[in-house]
Design a protein around this ligand. Structure first.
Ligand code: MG
Length: 168
């Protein structure tokens, strides 16, 4: 059963999340639950909010609960076009059921265009509110791929996230 645990002690676990979606015509671009003006949006089964998906993947990873696709299959019509904040709430419910509490989240979005800087505080605030934590526990940063590779050509947007959670 692994190493023994002292009564009342909590443990910090970390999780890593990564996601990537293509930019396509005819979709609204949603990142961190915020609609960002752009001529294209991300393609996917849900609203394809790549930033929120990376956070979800990291939270699930922290508790070794598999990935987002396992929890919310893209073959399930219930999740078609759904806000990824709904998926995040579902992931948070799973964490709470295990009495895990979020310590902090750090996310980087890799995006050639549009410029995300002005929108980052709103994204962090929206994610923090959805997760029920103070805004200063959620960091959202953007990085330009410097015109390199598929991300640099604007073919898609990627995001990576790290989270820490405390578990009893
Ligand atoms: Mg995804």
């Amino acid at each position: 059963m692994g190493r023994g645990r002292a009564q009342g002690m909590s443990f910090t676990r970390s999780g890593l999340g990564f996601d990537l979606h293509p930019l396509v015509d005819g979709r609204q671009l949603v990142l961190g639950g915020i609609a960002v003006p752009h001529e294209r949006g991300l393609g996917g089964h849900s609203d394809a909010d790549v930033l929120t998906h990376a956070v979800c993947e990291a939270l699930l990873g922290a508790l070794a609960l598999g990935d987002l696709g396992r929890m919310f299959p893209d073959t399930d019509p219930r999740w078609k076009g759904v806000s990824s904040l709904v998926l995040l709430e579902g992931v948070l419910d799973t964490l709470r059921a295990r009495r895990a509490t979020l310590v902090n989240v750090d996310v980087t979005v890799i995006c050639q265009a549009p410029r995300l800087g002005p929108h980052l505080p709103a994204m962090a605030a929206r994610l923090a509110k959805t997760m029920g934590v103070e805004t200063d526990r959620v960091s959202v940063k953007a990085k330009s791929p410097e015109h390199l590779g598929c991300l640099g050509r604007g073919e898609g947007i990627a995001a990576m996230a790290v989270v820490s959670v405390e578990v009893p």
